[in-house]
Design a protein around this ligand. Sequence first.
Ligand SMILES: *[C@@H]1O[C@H](CO)[C@@H](O)[C@H](O)[C@H]1NC(C)=O
Ligand SMILES: *[C@@H]1O[C@H](CO)[C@@H](O)[C@H](O)[C@H]1NC(C)=O
Length: 279
Amino acid sequence: MATMGNIIFWSMIVLIIAFSTLIILILALSLSNDSSSTSSVVSRDRFPLANLGQDVLLSCHLTVAAAVQVTGAVAVTWTKAYLSGEVYKYQDSAPQLEDQNPQFDGRTQVFPDAVARGNGSLLIMAVTSRDDGVYTCSISSSNLDGSVHIHLRTAAYSKPTFSVKDGTLTAMGSRWQPEPEVTWLDSKGTVLQGITLFTENPTGMYSFVSSLKQVNVPTTYTFKVQNLLVTATSSTNVTGSGVTEKTTFSFSSSTVPVLSPSRFLLPLSGLLMYAVGCT
Ligand SMILES: *[C@@H]1O[C@H](CO)[C@@H](O)[C@H](O)[C@H]1NC(C)=O
Ligand SMILES: *[C@@H]1O[C@H](CO)[C@@H](O)[C@H](O)[C@H]1NC(C)=O
């Protein structure tokens, strides 16, 4: 015959197993949300980097498999974490902007033809640093819905320009943010000592003039401008008649976590401890 103690003991075991299952389920759900998930909505680039002042397209669309199954009109809603209202909403073949946050007034659009095919990509015009953050794109139709998170980062960057005069090679750059570092390298990759002057303008943009004295002619030099998010690498050829240059940009891929599992784990482990304490 089971005693009261036995019954309580086994109830607690069952409770603990139930809670553990719940924790694993929630973790699995939150993690799968964080990557591109089981959802039928995906993005070509979940960590895009926008150049301040320019436009950026946030990619969001149905997978090919989902798109062929869609029935009825497609609706798209864009929201931004910690921001009230919506960034943009398109439903019943028209923009629905009653709840649009003023930050995005007149600065966002989707492409109606693309939406009809399950592509809800959003254009944000004249990006400012306030646009930095996590966006959620939700696409739905009468038989399907899904969403994806996109982490937009902003920086300012531009191509440096080069000139050579009296044996001095000069690089000039403007519109950089955050503040960059610059490096001169010779053709073997050895770091060379240049003289660089940075200036910050009232809007927080950085400009620079960097000079390398007594350059050899003809030679190849590499000039790098780099901040946390962007690297511009220019290879230059200095000849008797001037300098030619080719610049490529590369962008850091951020690993900022969108969703922290501890938000779920802490309250649940609290409950679990309470249950164990009761036995
Ligand atoms: C979605 O639409 C945008 C805007 O027309 C386009 O640039 C992009 O390539 C489309 N993406 C896909 C996956 O079709
Ligand atoms: C510099 O010169 C080399 C060799 O002549 C050439 O391959 C390269 O394309 C040139 N680069 C630029 C930026 O002009």
